[in-house]
Write a protein that binds this ligand. Structure first.
Ligand code: SF4
Ligand code: SF4
Ligand code: SF4
Ligand code: FES
Length: 935
């Protein structure tokens, strides 16, 4: 007798296509597939049950990341007691069902179906780019097709047009079998709804938007349709050019904090394409245009692959060996130490580098330099997250995994634009919103989520920049004063004294929506409706971005959100939580790895004697107990002549930090600046030593994404520089007298695990076994922790913090009457060093200033005109775009192109607790100017 094959999701090989999506039902049914019993969740299709049982039914229009469609009729089966031959992809399993997947009758029917498809398909397999990787070809083989009775003389689509407008993929309509997999992928997975089936019957064809070329359509080039296409109709241009790949390596995207997993497919040492990994914990097989297609920068001609030195920043660069460059840098740093003391040097780690690379930099600064002057680029983005969440919850990290959003009843999105900046998570959010969750957006701009196909925000609190805390206090005031506090949660989980102080504070009339309306610009009724929706929906989740943190009250706002989550009982289970959407790929990791001047790895204060002693023992060196300087302090100290040497890994502070003139003055004043990067960036203008960096395709290590997920980054191709970053750092450290003799990145992770309780169980072996793991990962949580603070907060009881609203000093005045705020767009990434060196420039070749029609009219400015934007810090020029996405009084731009010099005009205001710059509010004036000569 056959054993019943039990359904066990953990045992499934996720790289296999099971034909239809998995079902979540707790009720199970047992069916017999070709006599083999198999038990699956109720609602599972016959096709999927058969695939689980190992009987793969031929299919064309079905694939397991989109709902079944039932159009190709290739997956027919026979079911005992039923007439006809139903399609297995659209037939759900029922208890006791007996299915035959292989019979003479089915063979004949399937051959007939394939004959029809093949008779309307160009039979150019030998020259087709998908030859060997084509499901149509596979299915012809699977059904045993030997000849085609119908000629190709009749009506057909063989002369269909080819659309090559998209820079990354082609659309060859002559090969399309109208299976609609692409249409469903675009709708269900990506949520863009850019594709439709136009026409009817024989004339039905796939069409981007209004029968436009892809490039002009709504398409955002995520690649989901290309991946779903079973033929070469939608095909990567790189595959057409280079051929079908011959080997694969799993790795992680190096762009944003979503941390998508990819399978890099190569021929020899050349990447042919990056395919999103279905097993990826963060992305489950989806991607955005950056990770999927914009990896060409790794081999761009601008890359510097040889170390360079020069005696002064006016001299020409001299190419040298690694040994000479390291020796030059060590001599200079040792000389500064000898003449000016250890506090005259420091280092900056990068959120683009691996955990292991970051760890060795901060170790070198503390142990070899002998100072705690180490900071990270997270200073200018998410340092308030670290401060705010540590105060309230006890640890500096988001509370949930991404999948949690599938259980949210209401999402509050504050100061974030997920569809552009965290696109794969944005698609996941959209899916849940289409299923019926409510959406509250708190943002000066009308971001994509506010209004896009099949998604709209029930509540858009379109506040004035700089008034986040006032709005959230008003929301919390409604919760407290209308009896919406989750008293049971607060009593059981939170500190009563701090709660009482917060409740008394938040109920004050000065925090009411009516009082604050004049300050925030948000109607009181809108605030009240949003507050009620959030507090009463069931599962309420908060997601936020740099629109929260990059303010003078960034840390206050993080604490205000944590207060709201605790007061409404929205912590510690699926569907809730407070979740920073981290900007760069390894912001979480660079913070975890001890990059802040006051903390060792794992957020432990340098003044803690026990912790410091532990590090001293393992590192074999005495460590300083006083926190070192933050980036702004190092720069100020350089301008005043006391700080002399800076090691900057993978960071372009001359472009990304505020008040560019001040940064330039500080860098110019130093005796030795070491820059390690892929390209000669803006900061390298001020450098004496340039150490070439490796791209993510050459790295071996780990990145940690916004959900605390540690992902492996594996070397896909050989290093173009001959040394990884961690090897270069260790060489410099040794040359300065403190050897760090690691053999591999895995060995560095072992030391991190030894020193860090939340990483105690992490190793490369574990990551290779599980794919990824979310910290804390230790004896208490050997497979990691998807959701934090489940039964108790990391700090014990949740701590409420009072959050008085303090207006920023940066206000609109008669001289500077508009408020400038900044953000990102989908196709570009941060300062654009990578994406500007890819075909992505086709979508965003320059930064534009978005301005409301009324403000433009008042200044005599038309769409496309050049304007000068002036703030009290400086001025720059760019073209304007009239937009109704922003309210009157506010202007908005991106900062992806150095020529725009957006940070020339941002001020040096910063968060009171962490010095995170106030990028999101700058008072400006604009005036029309003629086109600059070099533009
Ligand atoms: S690339 Fe993405 S957005 Fe564009 S049509 Fe395909 S699925 Fe839709
Ligand atoms: S383009 Fe590809 S996925 Fe879309 S309908 Fe045609 S064959 Fe199917
Ligand atoms: S969403 Fe982020 S991590 Fe994922 S592919 Fe896009 S840029 Fe890469
Ligand atoms: S795969 Fe079932 S009808 Fe196409």
């Amino acid at each position: 007798m056959n054993m019943v094959q039990q359904f066990d999701p953990a045992q499934l090989d996720l790289s296999q296509d099971y034909g239809t999506p998995a079902m979540n039902s707790e009720v199970e049914v047992t069916v017999h597939i070709d006599g083999m019993p198999v038990t699956v969740p109720e609602g599972t299709s016959v096709m999927r049950a058969a695939a689980i049982a190992g009987a793969n039914i031929p299919k064309l229009c079905a694939t397991d990341n989109v709902e079944a469609f039932g159009s190709c009729r290739l997956c027919l089966v026979e079911i005992e007691g039923r007439n006809g031959t139903p399609a297995s992809c659209t037939t759900p399993c029922q208890e006791g069902m007996s299915v035959k997947t292989q019979t003479t009758r089915l063979d004949k029917l399937r051959k007939g179906v394939m004959e029809l498809y093949i008779s309307d398909h160009p039979l150019d397999c030998l020259t087709c780019p998908a030859n060997g990787d084509c499901e149509l070809q596979d299915m012809a083989g699977a059904v045993g097709l030997r000849d085609v009775r119908y000629g190709t003389e009749g009506a057909n689509h063989l002369a269909g047009a080819k659309d090559e407008s998209n820079p990354y993929f082609t659309f060859d309509t002559s090969k399309c079998i109208v299976c609609s997999r692409c249409v469903r992928a675009c709708s269900e997975v990506q949520g863009t709804f850019a594709l439709t089936i136009a026409g009817r019957g024989f004339g039905s064809r796939v069409s981007p938007s209004e029968q436009q070329p892809f490039l002009e359509s709504e398409c955002v080039s995520c690649g989901a349709c290309v991946q779903a296409c079973p033929t070469a109709t939608l095909q990567e241009k790189s595959v057409i050019e280079l051929g079908v790949p011959s080997r694969k390596v799993k790795t992680t995207c190096a762009y944003c904090g979503v941390g998508c997993s990819f399978v890099a497919e190569l021929r020899g040492d050349e990447v042919v394409r990056m395919v999103p990994d279905k097993q990826g914990g963060a992305n489950a097989g989806h991607s955005c245009v950056k990770g999927r297609f914009a990896w060409g920068y790794a081999q761009h001609q601008d890359r510097i692959t040889t170390p360079m030195v020069r005696d002064s920043i006016d001299a020409a660069w001299r190419e040298v060996s690694w040994e000479e460059a390291i020796g030059f840098a060590a001599d200079r740093f040792n000389a500064i130490k000898a003449s000016h003391g250890v506090d005259a040097i420091g280092g900056i780690t990068s959120s683009r580098c691996t955990n292991e690379e970051v760890y060795v930099v901060q170790k070198m600064v503390r142990a070899a330099f002998g100072t705690n002057n180490v900071d990270t680029c997270a200073r200018v983005c998410h340092s308030p997250t670290g401060y705010g969440l540590k105060q309230t919850f006890g640890t500096s990290a988001g509370t949930q995994d991404f999948a949690s959003v599938q259980h949210s009843d209401v999402m509050m999105v504050i100061g974030a634009n997920p569809t552009d900046a965290h696109p794969v998570f944005g698609s996941r959010m959209k899916r849940r919103l289409r299923e019926g969750a409510d959406l509250i957006v708190i943002d000066p701009r009308s971001i994509d989520l506010v209004r896009s196909p099949h998604v709209s925000a029930e509540h858009h609190l379109q506040l004035l920049p700089g008034t986040n805390v006032a709005v959230l206090n008003a929301v919390a005031h409604v919760v407290a004063s209308e009896g919406l506090i989750d008293e049971a949660f607060v009593a059981e989980r939170c500190d009563r004294v701090s709660f009482k102080a917060w409740e008394d504070f938040i109920r004050l009339p000065e925090n009411s929506p009516e009082t604050l309306e004049a300050v925030t610009g948000v109607p009181a009724a809108t605030v009240r409706a949003a507050a009620r929706a959030f507090a009463t929906a069931g599962n309420g989740a908060i997601y936020y971005g740099l629109g929260v943190t990059e303010h003078s009250q960034g840390s206050t706002m993080v604490m205000a959100m944590a207060n709201l989550a605790m007061a409404t009982g929205n912590i510690g289970r699926l569907g809730v939580g407070v979740n920073p959407l981290r900007g760069q790929n390894n912001v979480q990791g660079s913070c975890d790895m001890g990059s802040f001047p006051h903390e060792f790895v794992g957020y432990r204060h340098v003044s803690d004697d026990t912790v410091r002693e532990q590090f001293s023992q393992i590192w074999g060196v005495t460590l300083r107990e006083e926190p070192g300087m933050r980036i702004p302090n190092m720069l100020d100290s350089a301008v005043s002549g006391r700080f002399k040497g800076l090691y900057i890994q993978g960071e372009d502070i001359a472009q990304s930090d505020p008040n560019t003139q001040h940064v330039a003055a500080a860098l110019t004043a130093m005796d030795c600046v070491i820059v390690q990067d892929l390209f000669l960036n803006e900061t390298a203008q001020f450098a004496h030593v340039f150490l070439p960096g490796t791209s993510f395709l050459e790295k071996d290590g780990t990145f940690t994404n916004a959900e605390r997920r540690i992902n492996r980054v594996r070397p896909v191709m050989t290093s173009r520089t001959g040394r990884s970053e961690w090897e270069a750092t260790c060489a410099l450290s040794e040359a300065m007298g403190y050897p760090m003799p690691y053999e591999s990145a895995a060995e560095i992770m072992d030391e991190i695990a030894e020193l860090t309780p939340t990483f105690a169980g992490v190793s490369f072996d574990l990551l290779d076994e599980l794919g990824s793991v979310q910290w804390p990962c230790n004896d208490q949580a050997p497979s990691g922790t998807p959701i934090m603070h489940k039964d108790r907060f990391v700090r014990g009881e949740g701590q409420f913090m009072t959050t008085p609203y303090v207006p920023t000093d940066e206000r609109s005045t008669r001289k500077f009457p508009l408020l400038l705020t900044t953000g990102r767009i989908l196709s570009q990434y941060n300062v654009g060093a990578q994406t500007r060196r890819t075909e992505n420039v086709v979508w965003h070749s320059e930064d534009l200033l978005d301005i409301h029609e009324a403000d433009a009219e008042a200044r005599g400015v038309k769409d496309g005109d050049w304007v000068e934007i002036a703030s009290r810090a400086g001025e720059t020029k760019m073209r304007v775009r009239i937009s109704d996405d922003i309210p009157a009084g506010v202007v908005y731009t991106t900062f992806h192109h150095p020529v725009s010099g957006t940070n020339v005009i941002t001020t040096d205001n910063s968060d009171w607790a962490t010095n995170c710059p106030e990028y999101k509010v700058t008072a400006v004036q604009i005036r029309p100017v003629s086109e600059p000569a070099l533009a």
